[in-house]
Design a protein around this ligand. Structure first.
Ligand SMILES: NC(=O)C1=CN([C@@H]2O[C@H](COP(=O)(O)OP(=O)(O)OC[C@H]3O[C@@H](n4cnc5c(N)ncnc54)[C@H](O)[C@@H]3O)[C@@H](O)[C@H]2O)C=CC1
Ligand SMILES: O=C(O)CCC(=O)C(=O)O
Length: 525
């Protein structure tokens, strides 16, 4: 399938008229064909008008039609075949197995949301029948369902060009909820974005859905993204990227005459707590596993283990020796964009120049487009004294903080900003110390995991890929897993509305066969 450099607006594919940009081949830094002229404000207006026009029809599609649409997108993505994989590899520098795995995750995610739509629990239909004889006052008939919030703007991530991009988790969950989606393509992988966008556009047509169900816009700068968030027809925003980008969009959304929610997943350093008995039993093995997680995808994961907390001792020494040895042999890896490579290099230089930080290990020097692994160490007093030491270094770099005792480890955790994950490495003798820290960890992070690392998020019903600010803009939700649909729904209650006027979800005969609660208890079939 050919990449043409076209915006996809409803059923149309047309080249923009604003400043053009090109993808940059991650490995060589060379510009790639074709150019992508940016969308104009008129293009944006058209996409928003179509989305608004599609909304009422699309949100009332029956569950089977909407689930079939999500499955059609998945099938169309697979049908692109190797053209998608090779374009994506060239644009991102990520290796084939990673891209193929991510494609499988993307397709799996779309199918998961198809099953969520078919299941219908997400509608949260509940009925409290009228009690006309209740004393002293009768109770009205009350029925509740959740409806889609409206057209959603999605900003895909540079580091997950498929699973967190055009047809990634934000898009899949918004479409599943019944929201039309307008994607502002990430400029780091425009060709990948266009190919996947065409797969969605084709599914919209083949499923007979309103054309405004999906649009995809390109922009060389930031004005289209900003205008999209400001547009009164947009009801919510999904974003994965930098803290600066996410907070800029939050400010626009909050400053609108009608503010809207922004679900932004931003920065996280993902503390890893190494407990003494676990270190004594298997310090070297944990060190090796840590190095593998740190260097995955050139360290360009928001779940990357960037902060290690441990008490000094022979177990920690064994961990550090094994981690340092593995990192010294870990080849430098191509980073996603020249900007991300530069930011990583600068972040590493900043930490390396800190007078309370020592360099424990670094990987071999690489090419100008690559990042090398680094491991630094400091102590808890120095970490607590300088908030800059908890800034995300987006790449394969981590900081070990030596804590003299558990009180110091607690102080470091109390000082931390919100995080996506915390990992605990434990043996049975560590359980008491871990139990003491769990309530604090629950307040700081979205996911607590034991004897593992946070990279490689499972797409599942019980997954939380979220966390308190600045890990995300709203710690009440997740951007991965079936619960992600909640971000794009809101409840509406119907009081004494005649059956003939009720939405199908709430009619007496339950024509959609939805799971419902009657007076708080599950409805009997
Ligand atoms: N924690 C995480 O999940 C991730 C963090 N990052 C961090 O972000 C840095 C840059 O990476 P990018 O992926 O390019 O993230 P970014 O935040 O710069 O860009 C993400 C998307 O938002 C748009 N955008 C950014 N700022 C904007 C603004 N002020 N107004 C309108 N639109 C705006 C961009 O055009 C792009 O489409 C990395 O070096 C890394 O530090 C990047 C990816 C994931
Ligand atoms: O670790 C993963 O699988 C997902 C990571 C992620 O969400 C991100 O890096 O943006």
């Amino acid at each position: 399938m050919t990449v043409r450099g076209e915006n996809l607006i409803g059923t149309e594919a047309r080249r923009g008229r604003e400043a053009a940009f090109r993808a940059v081949a991650a490995a060589t830094g060379e510009p790639m064909e074709p150019d992508f002229p940016g969308a104009s404000l008129a293009d944006l207006d058209r996409a928003c008008a179509l989305a608004e026009a599609a909304f009422d029809t699309y949100r009332e599609t029956d569950p089977e039609a909407r689930a079939g649409f999500l499955e059609a997108i998945a099938a169309n993505i697979l049908e692109i075949g190797d053209d998608l994989v090779t374009r994506c590899m060239a644009e991102t520098g990520l290796p084939r197995p990673r891209i193929e795995g991510e494609r499988a995750r993307t397709v799996g995610q779309l199918r998961l949301f198809a099953s969520v739509v078919r299941d219908g629990s997400y509608v949260a239909a509940r009925i409290d029948p009228a009690l006309p004889d209740r004393k002293p006052l009768p109770r009205p008939d009350l029925r509740l369902r959740r409806i889609a919030v409206g057209p959603v703007a999605v900003f895909g991530a540079s580091n997950f060009p498929l699973a967190f991009s055009v047809a990634g988790g934000d898009t899949a969950s918004a479409l599943a909820a019944g929201c039309p989606v307008i994607v502002k393509a990430h400029p780091a992988h425009p060709g990948t974005s266009e190919l996947v966008g065409r797969a969605v556009q084709k599914a919209v047509s083949s499923c007979g859905l309103p054309e405004g169900t999906f649009s995809l816009l390109f922009d060389a700068g930031q004005s289209i993204g900003q205008a999209l968030v400001a547009d009164p027809r947009i009801a919510a925003v999904g974003f994965t990227g930098s803290r600066r980008g996410g907070t800029a969009l939050m400010a626009i959304a909050a400053g609108r005459p009608t503010p809207i929610p922004v679900y932004a997943e931003m920065s996280s350093i993902n503390p890893v707590l190494l407990f003494p008995a676990a270190l004594d039993a298997r310090g070297a093995a944990i060190g090796k596993a840590f190095a593998a997680s740190l260097t995955l995808g050139a360290g360009q994961f928001c779940t990357n283990p960037g902060l290690i907390l441990a008490l000094p001792g022979p177990g920690l020494d064994a961990f550090l020796d094994a981690a340092a040895a593995a990192l010294r042999e870990s080849p430098a890896a191509t980073m996603l964009t020249p900007g991300i490579q530069r930011a990583y290099r600068e972040g590493v230089a900043r930490v390396a120049g800190h007078n309370a930080v020592t360099l424990l290990a670094e990987g071999p020097e690489g090419a100008a487009t690559q990042g090398r692994a680094t491991l630094f160490a400091t102590d808890s007093d120095a970490f607590l004294a300088d908030p800059a030491l908890q800034e995300e270094m987006f790449g394969a770099s981590a900081l070990v903080v030596r804590c003299p005792d558990f009180a110091a480890m607690r102080a470091v955790l109390e000082h931390l900003e919100g995080q996506l994950t915390a990992s605990l490495h434990l043996a049975a003798a560590d359980h008491a110390a871990a139990r003491d820290l769990l309530p604090l960890l629950e307040r700081r992070v979205g996911r607590i995991l034991v004897d593992g690392f946070g990279t490689g998020v499972e797409v599942a019903h019980a997954m939380v890929h979220g966390g308190p600010y600045p890990a995300t803009s709203d710690g009440r939700t997740t951007s991965v897993g079936s619960l992600a649909i909640d971000r794009f729904l809101r409840p509406v209650s119907y009081q004494d509305v005649p059956d003939a006027l009720l939405p199908a979800a709430l009619r007496a005969a339950n024509p959609l066969g939805l799971p419902r609660r009657i007076d708080g208890a599950p409805e009997r079939a």
